[in-house]
Structures are given as structure tokens and as C-alpha cells.
Design a protein around this ligand. Structure first.
Ligand code: NAD
Length: 443
């Protein structure tokens, strides 16, 4: 099939590349000229394990192309995917400006029967909106073309995106017509060699499914964080509680790890958009609002813990940070709790030394360009003479560090662990002062 994917971010680039790997002819389009220039040279602008090799192979095989022109690419396409950003407006709702722009350009460019598939996470009603924008453009062109807009929400996880896309748990297709459903089945069938995992539903339900899935996952995280905060106060250990709770098969272990809260592009913005959508329909979503509130509070509680150890004025202290990305295996720092923590430490006069395996460029250029930080080349370089090590992202390389080396280089053997990576008993035996989430230091 001939496919255009509009938007070459984490979702568009991964989806387009994986479709090309299955033998389709795919053009990934982006309005960011620098991104496309790099991709045309085989340089991948984001870090996603396994992606670079796949892109280079499919470029070489002439299955995968990059372009800045929607017009040129969609003319010959059977299917057009929309995978642009849907960030948060100041009022909390989803900003659909990128989706609208793309819909308009599609309406101005298509020349034959085309299936338009929305992969961007967007409020219920967005497919209708896209349909309306395209129809209007076609009327202005005096053209009557058969086209259909359907919803195919994406569930990939950054850091594991290739495997998620290649071996999906399910493909949700929100569609009204049988033809469109069959075309999507044909496209996705190579991804299911063993069994069919298509879930067909109406368009609005598919749009809602994506929000509901993210809201459920975020709820699990905020739930365990709330339990963790209570554990700390009453002298229980959330690490033990988590094991006891997760062993119930109705609950399970996934997504009940306590920490400094979720970040990233999806959960915060999607919860906010869903809240806004509900309010627009005169429903007050109390649970969703609390999920967000607990999450926001989590990084503040972590900071409070640190300040009660060192005081409000941090000008005599140096801190080392391990991990800046919002989760491991990605360079994405959007809404990462590290942004709040690093800024708060600097604001109080602390010297801050940071290290992350993949986010250093993003940190320097996009997030901390105004701060005077020391950027280490490896995890041990930043621990020299620090008063405390602060772990913010659970990258594998932080899981089992050489604690003797840490102790010999740090000014004070203190660790604040925002991801509960270490064993408190072992660290106390090694004479570390160890703080984690949901467990009293002496508990
Ligand atoms: P992103 O911000 O990384 O990428 C979006 C891309 O779209 C950018 O490269 C931007 O330049 C491009 N773009 C914007 N307007 C354009 C236009 N008019 N023409 C061409 N290109 C244009 O976004 P992302 O993380 O890939 O997410 C895309 C969508 O998928 C969002 O709605 C998001 O919520 C959803 N989603 C994201 C993830 C994830 O893990 N990142 C997972 C599932 C769903």
C-alpha cells in the first residue's frame, strides 16, 4: 500500500517506519525542515531503541521516504495517517491546531479516494472535525471525492515503541464502514501472525478508548503514590504493601510502582484534556481531578523531604541527579519531574550536577539552557563531592551501582531515591542515609 504519515514525532516516525518494514511504501511528512533534512541523511532526531537501524534499512530498500510536503506525498496515497501533536492549551483542553492544519492541507491536496486515519490522541469528535474541514476544502475545489476519516489510537510506549508497534496487544479501529475496516485489517494483518487482535468499534468510542486507557494507567500510579504517602506516615513500607496488593490477580503488579509521579507527553495532557472534555459536557470528573492533583503533589512532597533534611537555603550544598528523562529508554523530557526538581534546587542556590544516558542534549538545549548545571559524561563523574545523590529516572544503569565508589566520592553518603530502586536495609548497613517513597527512613 502507499501510505503517508503526517507528523514524524515518536508516534509518526515509529508507525511509518514499521509500516515500511512490512513492505508498504511510506512517506513520513513533517513541517519541521531540519528534522526531515536529518532523516533524509539517515540521522534520527529522537532516541528510540532499534529505530535507527530500521529507518536506515527501509530507506535503503526504497520503502521509506521523508518529505516536508503534504501535497506531494498524499496525492498518491491509499491511506493517510495523522500523527501530529495535540498539546495542552492554557485552559487545559487539547490544542487541535496541528490537527486542523493538517486536515486543511489534506483537503487541499487529495486527488483520489483516500482513507484518513487519525492516530493523534484527540477528544471525542475530532474525526468529525477533520471530516468537516476536508469536506469544506473539497467543496472549494469543486471536487467530489470519496474519503472517510477513522480513528486508530496508538498505544505504543516510548522506550519500547518498536516492539509495541510490531507486536501490539490490540489494534483499536474506530470505523463506520466495512470497506475502511477491511483496508485497515489488510494493513495491520502482517503484525499478527498468530491471532487476530483487532477491536472494531465506532469512531467516538475509539477516540474515548485512548483517553480511558491513559486515565486508568495514571490512576493506578496516583493510587499507589497515595498509599505510599500514607504508608510513610503510619510506619508501613509501600514496597511490601505493593507486593501484597499486586499478588491479587484482579489487581496485578503493573503500574503500581510508587515514585515521584508520572510525566511525559501523554498522561498529564490526556488527563487534563479528558477533564476539560467532561466539564464541557457539564460533568465534573472528581476522580480524574484527584489523579492529577496527587501526581502534582508527589514531586513537591519529594522536594519537601529533601528540604527538611538540608533546609530551605541550599546555597552551601551540591546535589547530583541521576536521570532526567520522564522514564527510562527515552530522551523525552516533556513534563518530566526532573524539570521541577532541578529548577527548585537551583532556585534555592544549590549547585547541581546531572547525568542521564540519553537526555543530556535535550536538557542542555531545551529545558535547562538558562541554568548553570554541570553535565557529567557518566554516572560516576557527577557524584564527586556531592551532598546527596537524587535518583529521578530508573534507567537500568542506575540499578546496581558501585556503592563503595559512591561513598568514597560523595561528600555525604545520602541518597534520595524517587523511584525506589534500592534496598533500604542494605543501604543502611552500608551507612548510607537513604530516603525513598512510601517508607519512613527508619521504618
Ligand atoms: P511529537 O510532538 O513528538 O511529534 C509531532 C510532530 O508533528 C512534530 O514533529 C511536528 O513538527 C509535526 N507537525 C506538527 N504540525 C504539522 C503539520 N502541519 N504538518 C506536518 N507535520 C506537523 O508528538 P508524538 O509524541 O509523536 O505524539 C503525536 C500524537 O500521538 C499526540 O496526539 C500524542 O498524544 C499521541 N501519542 C503519543 C504517544 C507517545 O508515546 N509519544 C503514544 C500514543 C499516542
Amino acid at each position: 500500500m502507499i501510505i503517508s504519515v503526517i507528523g514524524t514525532g515518536y508516534v509518526g516516525l515509529v508507525s511509518g517506519t514499521c509500516f515500511s518494514e512490512m513492505g508498504n511504501s511510506v512517506t513520513c511528512v513533517d513541517k519541521n525542515k531540519e528534522k526531515i533534512r536529518q532523516l533524509n541523511q539517515g540521522i534520527v532526531p529522537i532516541y528510540e531503541p532499534g529505530l535507527e537501524g530500521l529507518i536506515q534499512r527501509n530507506q535503503k530498500n526504497k520503502n521509506l521516504f521523508f518529505s516536508t510536503s503534504i501535497k506531494d506525498s498524499v496525492k498518491h496515497s491509499d491511506i493517510i495517517f495523522i500523527a501530529v501533536g495535540t498539546p495542552t492549551l492554557d485552559n487545559g483542553a487539547a490544542d487541535l491546531i496541528q490537527v486542523r492544519e493538517v486536515a486543511k492541507e489534506i483537503g487541499r491536496s487529495i486527488t483520489k479516494k483516500t482513507l484518513i486515519v487519525n492516530k493523534s490522541t484527540a477528544p471525542v469528535g475530532t474525526c468529525n472535525l477533520i471530516q468537516g474541514i476536508i469536506s469544506k476544502e473539497l467543496i472549494q475545489r469543486n471536487l467530489s471525492l470519496a474519503f472517510e476519516v477513522i480513528s486508530n489510537p496508538e498505544f505504543l510506549k516510548e522506550g519500547d515503541a518498536i516492539s509495541d508497534f510490531m507486536k501490539p496487544d490490540r489494534i483499536v479501529i474506530g470505523v463506520d464502514s466495512e470497506d475502511a475496516f477491511q483496508l485497515m485489517k489488510e494493513l495491520y494483518s502482517p503484525f499478527f501472525r498468530t491471532r487476530d487482535r483487532f477491536i472494531r468499534m465506532d469512531v467516538k468510542s475509539a477516540e474515548m478508548t485512548k483517553y480511558a486507557a491513559n486515565a486508568m494507567l495514571a490512576t493506578k500510579i496516583s493510587f499507589i503514590n497515595e498509599i505510599a504517602n500514607i504508608c510513610e506516615l503510619v510506619g508501613a513500607d509501600v514496597n511490601q504493601v505493593r507486593v501484597g496488593v499486586g499478588s491479587d490477580s484482579r489487581i496485578g503488579y503493573n503500574f503500581i510502582y510508587p515514585g515521584i509521579g508520572y510525566g511525559g507527553t501523554c498522561f498529564p495532557k490526556d488527563i487534563s484534556a479528558l477533564i476539560k472534555l467532561s466539564l464541557k459536557h457539564n460533568y465534573e470528573p472528581k476522580l480524574l481531578a484527584s489523579v492529577d492533583e496527587v501526581n502534582e503533589g508527589q514531586k513537591k512532597l519529594f522536594l519537601k523531604k529533601l528540604l527538611s533534611r538540608f533546609g530551605e537555603d541550599l546555597s552551601n550544598f551540591t546535589f547530583g541527579i541521576w536521570g532526567l528523562s520522564f522514564k527510562p529508554e527515552t530522551d523525552d523530557m516533556r513534563k518530566s519531574p526532573s524539570i521541577f526538581i532541578v529548577n527548585q534546587l537551583c532556585k534555592r542556590g544549590a549547585k547541581v550536577r546531572v547525568y542521564d544516558p540519553k537526555s543530556m542534549k535535550n536538557a542542555k538545549e531545551k529545558y535547562f539552557s538558562k541554568l548553570d548545571l554541570f553535565y557529567g559524561e557518566n554516572k560516576y563523574q557527577i557524584i564527586e563531592n556531592i551532598d546527596a545523590l537524587i535518583l529521578l529516572t530508573e534507567w537500568k544503569e542506575f540499578r546496581s551501582p558501585d556503592f563503595s565508589e559512591l561513598k568514597s566520592k560523595m561528600r555525604l553518603p545520602i541518597i534520595f531515591d524517587g523511584r525506589n530502586q534500592y534496598n533500604a536495609f542494605d543501604l543502611n548497613k552500608k551507612d548510607f542515609e537513604y530516603y525513598q517513597i512510601g517508607k519512613n527512613k527508619y521504618g
